[in-house]
Unconditional design. Structure first.
Length: 53
């Protein structure tokens, strides 16, 4: 899961399935609604770990 709060237009940055939300940034900066992208990322990482086992 990758959720961004930054506008990526005109940066040339392309996000794909290899990108994950920056949890360190979210937990330190705590932007509005930071809980949604953090919980989405943690849940998806846990699901992938479970699927691999």
């Amino acid at each position: 899961a990758s959720v961004t709060i930054n506008n990526l237009q005109e940066t040339g940055l392309v996000m794909d399935e290899k990108n994950w939300t920056d949890l360190e940034f979210l937990t330190s900066a705590k932007p509005p609604t930071w809980g949604y992208p953090a919980s989405k990322t943690l849940a998806e990482k846990a699901a992938w770990k479970f699927a691999e086992e």
